[in-house]
Design a protein around this ligand. Structure first.
Ligand code: SF4
Length: 75
């Protein structure tokens, strides 16, 4: 099965919250006004399967500052 890496540039986040609306399974707002990638500690990266790609792709596409990147992991 294809695997993907979700890479989050938390520094770049401006707290627009779009990611948390379209993909609440993986994204939530923190008290500091920025989004958190759930399970992304300590380096704000997670590995996901194909089933979780659409949700995270929507999050990436909706982010106004392109803080969310998704790369396919070569097999
Ligand atoms: S959509 Fe982008 S800027 Fe908005 S909260 Fe999510 S990561 Fe931050």
């Amino acid at each position: 099965m294809r695997k993907f890496k979700v890479i989050y540039d938390r520094e770049a986040c401006v707290g627009a919250g779009a990611c948390t609306v379209v993909c609440e399974k993986f994204w939530k707002m923190n008290d500091d006004g920025k989004a958190d990638l759930i399970g992304g500690a300590p380096n704000n990266e997670i590995i996901i399967g194909e089933e979780d790609l659409p949700c995270n792709q929507q999050a990436a596409d909706s982010c106004p500052v392109d803080a969310i990147r998704i790369e396919e992991i070569p097999e």
